[in-house]
Design a protein around this ligand. Structure first.
Ligand code: PRP
Ligand code: GLN
Ligand code: MG
Length: 507
């Protein structure tokens, strides 16, 4: 669930620092690698590497990122490897010079890779699906057969991208000589929003980002979400163009963004993530009242960070004290998006510590936003017991995650999901909880959907097994399981870490 951002300063001011700042705000979407590309005078300038934003960019790199148009990316790999050669943005020199950063995951990468070699006569140098997406776009732009292209040609190329590419994609790029462009898959699986800001010269700067929280932090206001299938082009002078590039777009954003990925202070598709999480807490409290009549919960506790919002509301609805019995080490990142199970498990213990007095002799209801592999919940239940809890109950603000996810969250293997082939009671036993309760899927959909008059359907595939794109076969699921389960990833030979192509500035 990477983060992408693009900025155009219409008054020609450098955008390097603003892109850096935006990436730090989007860091929760990807912790493995970061990159920035800027454009000035027909040249691209790049810095990308594995690591957190604060570690990847040094002053010497920042100094060399020239230009008033640029884009940035934070990566959480869902395809290929975690080699730094797959850090984004990607670059191709033909046609015109194009760079692109992608959030999402393509589901027909193999077929596209073959087409790229055999029909488009282009070369791929990594196993990244995002490099594939860039090359399809580049080929389709080349097909416009023009010496000079403009926004109409970019829109035509995106139309063809939609015809060829399957899966989830929100992408931002730059075509040298034209400007910044962005597009979103026809289901709007991955978020993408445009913001604007009047600058000191009185002209309008534009910013496109994965989440609105990045706009807020830089003084941009929300202009509008990119619609499913839509594309947008911003010229270096700050002219903006939108065009619908798909004949049959179906608004079905990924519901897991609201459950876990997005920051609560973001608005996605005009829905407040914060309010949707409050409603998740409300619905879950109603279910507890229905199913655990006369419950004996003494205290409700969130598992920081993400479940805080829903746990707070759940406690209020149950009229039970809300206590923060687990304290989070703010220097440890999100554990779910860490690359291997050993690292994830170790990090939960380093990340969270219990305040014993909140547990001693109490019936504690621990609330998490979701239980995926059970890494967090298993460790946390044990920590609650060690801290002296009498009974440890567990509530998940999302339904049981039983199916692999294919559109941009790295959950490729059903067998790694703790709820796969297990009943609620079996999961409770597995994580060591005395009782476990999951949100119902209808309630989750209502909790998020209540924030929108426009959107009535969401991608709920990891809970329901229903894939909105309608083209996910058991064979495909078997193949990603085989290639991307934790063991396979550990055994993967890391390809050469040096990115071939555009050299890093000042590295
Ligand atoms: O069942 P699991 O496989 O452990 O996955 C689910 C857990 O992982 C996430 O937390 P994470 O630490 O990534 O981020 P957070 O601090 O935003 O809650 C999520 O919020 C759950 O706590
Ligand atoms: N999380 C994402 O959006 C990943 C983007 C892309 N599939 C990659 O692996 O780099
Ligand atoms: Mg968590």
């Amino acid at each position: 669930m990477c983060g992408v951002v693009g900025i155009v300063s219409a008054m020609g001011a450098p955008v390097n620092q603003e892109i850096y700042d935006a990436l730090t705000i989007l860091q929760h979407r990807g912790q493995d690698a970061a990159g920035i590309v800027t454009h000035q005078g027909g040249r691209f300038y790049q810095r990308k590497e594995n690591g957190l934003v604060k570690d990847v960019f040094r002053t010497r790199h920042m100094r060399d990122l020239h230009g008033s148009t640029g884009l940035g990316h934070v990566r959480y790999p869902t395809a290929g490897s975690s080699s730094s050669s797959e850090a984004q943005p990607f670059y191709v020199n033909s046609p015109y010079g194009i760079v692109l950063g992608h959030n999402g995951n393509l589901t027909n990468t193999e077929q596209l890779s073959q087409e790229i070699y055999q029909q488009d006569l282009r070369h791929l140098n990594t196993n990244s699906d995002s490099e594939v997406l860039l090359n399809v776009f580049a080929h389709e732009l080349m097909n416009q057969k023009k010496l000079f292209v403009d926004q109409k040609d970019i829109f035509n190329a995106v139309r063809s991208v939609h015809r060829r590419v399957r899966g989830g994609y929100a992408a931002i790029g730059i075509v040298s000589g034209v400007g910044l462009f962005a597009f979103r898959d026809p289901y709007a699986l991955r978020p993408l929003i445009v913001g604007k800001r009047v600058n000191a010269a009185g002209s309008t700067d534009y910013m496109i980002a994965s989440e609105s929280v990045a706009l807020d932090g830089l003084g941009f206001t929300r202009y509008r979400d990119v619609a499913p299938g839509e594309a947008v082009v911003v010229t270096p002078e700050g002219q903006i163009f939108f065009e619908q590039c798909h004949d049959n777009p179906v608004y079905s954003p990924c519901i897991f963004e609201f459950v876990y990925f997005a920051r609560p202070d973001s608005m996605i598709d005009d829905i407040s993530v914060y309010k949707s999480r409050l409603r998740m807490g409300e619905k879950l409290a109603e279910k507890i009242q229905r199913e655990w009549q006369g419950h004996d919960i003494d205290v409700v506790m969130p598992i920081p960070d993400t479940s805080r919002t829903s746990a707070l509301q759940l406690a209020a609805m149950l009229n039970v004290p809300y206590r923060e019995g687990f304290i989070k080490n703010r220097y440890i990142g999100r554990t779910f998006i860490m690359p291997g199970q050993t690292q994830r498990k170790k990090s939960v213990r380093q990340k969270l510590n219990a305040i014993d007095l909140e547990f001693e002799g109490k019936n504690v209801l621990l609330v998490d936003d979701s239980i995926v592999r059970g890494t967090t919940s298993g460790e946390i239940v044990q920590m609650a017991r060690d801290a002296g809890a009498k009974n440890v109950y567990f509530a998940s603000a999302a339904p049981a995650v039983r199916y692999p996810y294919v559109y941009g969250i790295d959950m490729p293997s059903a067998s790694e999901l703790v709820a796969n082939n297990r009943t609620t009671e079996e999961v409770a036993a597995f994580i060591g909880a005395d009782k476990l309760i999951y949100q119902d899927l209808d309630d989750l959909v209502e909790a998020v959907g209540a924030g929108s008059e426009l959107i009535s359907s969401f991608d709920t595939s990891c809970f329901s097994g229903v894939y909105v794109t309608g083209d996910i076969t058991p064979e495909y699921l078997a193949s990603i399981d085989k290639s991307r389960n934790d063991d396979a990833k550990t055994q993967q030979k890391t390809p050469t870490p040096e990115a071939i192509g555009l050299h890093n500035q000042g590295s």
